[in-house]
Design a protein around this ligand. Sequence first.
Ligand SMILES: Nc1ncnc2c1ncn2[C@@H]1O[C@H](COP(=O)(O)OP(=O)(O)OP(=O)(O)O)[C@@H](O)[C@H]1O
Length: 924
Amino acid sequence: MYVRGTVAGAVETKSVNGSELAEVPVRLDRERDDADDGPATDDSLAGDGGTAESESAVDDGETTVAEHETTTLTLWGKWTESADLLEPGMELLVTNAAEKTFRGEDRYATTGDSYVVVEPSFLVNVTAIRNWVECPRLYYLNKLSGVPLNYPVVKGTLVHEVFGDLLRGRDLEESIDARVEERGLELGLLGESPESVAEDVRENAGAIEGWLEQGRLTEEDSWRSEQLLISETFGIRGRADAIRRGAPVELKTGKNLKKEPRFKDKVQAACYALMLEEHGGDVDLGTLLYTKNSALDRNEETGDLTPAKEFTMGDGLLKFVVRLRNELAAMEIKGDVPTGYEGSAKCEYCFEQDTCMVVSGRLDQESKAGQIGQALPDEELEYFERFYRAIEEERREVHREYAKLWKQDAAERADDDRALIDLEFVEKRPLDEGRWELHARRTSGATSKIREGDFVLASDGHPVRGNAEHARIERLDEDQVVLTADEPVEVTRLDVYPSELTTDRLLAALHDALLKGDERRKDVLFGRTDPEFEPVEEPFIDNNAAQNEAVTKAVGARDCALIHGPPGTGKTYTIARAIRAMVERGERVLLSAFTNRAVDNALEAVLEQLEERGEIDADRVVRVGSESGVRDDMEPYRLERAGDPEDRLAELQNAQVVAATTATCGSRVMKEQAFDVALVDEAAQLTEPGTHAAINLADRFVLVGDHEQLPPVVRAENDLTESLFERLIELHPDAGVMLDRQYRMNQRIQAFASREFYDGALRPAEPEVAARTLDDLEGVTRDALPAALRDPVAFVDVEGDGGQYTDSEEAAEIADLIETYEAAGLERSEIGIIAPFRAQVSEISTHVPDDVAVDTVDRFQGSSQELIVVSFTATGTLEGPIFEDYRRINVALTRPKRALVLVGDASALGSDPVYGRMLEWAQA
Ligand SMILES: Nc1ncnc2c1ncn2[C@@H]1O[C@H](COP(=O)(O)OP(=O)(O)OP(=O)(O)O)[C@@H](O)[C@H]1O
């Protein structure tokens, strides 16, 4: 029996007849019988025969479902260690529990076959457990600073890749050459030659190849390389290097001449064993491959002939691993920081002792290694703690996304835009390198977030319980999908795979900003000093005073400059002009933004500026990003990672302008780069640590954005929702310039946004802009429109159908409007429709022609259209969230150039002051 619940009170630990036990009051979520539809865990982990306790259990197979009932759960023996971690409110799961009736109350207890899992929905990475067993403080330090670029790490990755290739039947030499070539850029940064690296990898992979060959000759082996495993029961996830005959095989670069595998390596293999058993396997063996062990190392003690060391996967080890994981999960849930005293590792043997002492000293944290250095000032410590917590909350949200992989059924995932379901598997085609191309047919035209170039979970039905594999989407058409993957999954479903990478990088950026950051930079960030500017006399832009001032500030800033650019005010143009001026001064510039789209957009403008002047050859401009992220026309500038290390390095090092998203700025490669200045576009959409990721790399920085438009996109509601841009504009108003002339909207369209969001300061840049109407477009006459639509701003009152997230009446009205505008000569490509909810976007899409763009505000930010139609989807009262944040309405209303039509229920909208003023303006 599988018992799951929430701790409802204080835990009592006792000793009965020499046995330790802990009584935990729990409120049951629900209870399930073995025969229930739960995961395979119970069956597969049941082992052979229960203990005395489980035999005495009352288990007649007719377990009732008890919602929110409070009862007592007794944890026996070593599980009392996990009980010590519990606090009221924590989640608890017990497998193979026994039920007993005690004084008329149903109680539960662990049996000899039970596992106790604390906070099962907190998904711990296998590598984290491995670090934790070495030293909990080491786990924390790794989490804070990320893994830097260094040769042992890159070599380790290469050896793993070659191992995977060997398992898939690729030739050793061919694999080594290809894999070393792929890492050209990293090797260049590390100053390594391809020949010596290949030799090194050969030394490590050669022995494995020999061992594999031997295995193939003597036994029937079934291998699978790199398996992604997620456990909904144990709250663990990870990627096993390989599975042989259903048991985990872990590869370790290096030597181990002891008879036994290293303990932390066993722990890692045991994590995979747990997950394999959950998926129905029966694992009694683990294998560690130490790549540098060879026949030559044979000695008296080990008699070792091969790199492989096998060990028995005992019950005790598996349970120990679950308890370790419980310690880690409980600490994270409580928000505690490990000191190192939790474990028994000796600091004097630790390579990280110095780092540990410095971090402990600067952050004023208790640590077993001790502290050195002076603690950060209080406000910096407070900032670190506040953002650390906020980032961890964000991580918790990512975990909730993972949990949806099993908590939601296929249809719910599809409705949530997170899965493509009901695919029909067509075929698998082997590719040269032992990988596979998978083809499936789409049976429904459903939309989803999944796009070409994305990495997804491809499964044969269930992303966690079925056979699932990481796959890349090569093509995604209306009726088919083509994927590439390491293993030939008979794919029928694709799921968005949540990633903690962003969260990890935010944490590292926070760490670097505070612990490695320049003191003067921090004085400015914390308001201890004002930003300074050097005088710059040169004029840059002669027809727009605010833009000229912005470039002057950006160029002259010793610390930072802030450019506030409302819609259509020439942010991109100003950025490009500023970068040209910096390049002319011989500076090295980082150009960054939150999205790839914004980076490419700005880069295009920079290239125009530079090429026009012929000042630098475009060879010195580099775009860092993945092939799928970078726009096709920017591909020629994209930095190729594969190739000769020296060439790749030179390409990056010589680049005077490097453009990359802020997420990429946190990558190992980019973290090795240094710039004179970082220019960050869309800065109001970035969290503070997200901004640090880019500006940490430069001596000074320029942030460009508009805090009256969309805020940072985050899952959790906390300090991450305010951007550094917004905070600094308030803290250092003198470092800012607002661009106040817009080049987009007709005068009448901009009036409301200007008044409501920019204190009336926004103006059309030129008379031509102020006076633009649909009449200017070829073949369009406003006279063909009904009188009510001839004004550049119109309101169409629709009472609506009362739905919360959709409104079919508004959708039908919008379809009529589109026909009307088409009849007046407007092209479909000149029209955009904005709705507050995805559900309404879908609803409208079914009413209007396919080639009219319909989307949410978030997708429209940064773009514009001749005509914009906004569907408010609000009827009756305004209780629903509609455009939940007024900044969204600002974005929606400032997308059109020549015409704007608002569609909604006037009486509902009139009940809110801002929407009320909007109505007055639209109906004027
Ligand atoms: N000083 C200027 N002189 C002439 N045209 C300009 C000037 N500044 C901007 N423009 C033009 O105005 C238009 C909008 O500029 P740009 O794309 O730079 O605006 P933006 O603020 O980045 O827009 P968005 O709000 O969409 O991000 C472009 O066509 C650009 O060429």
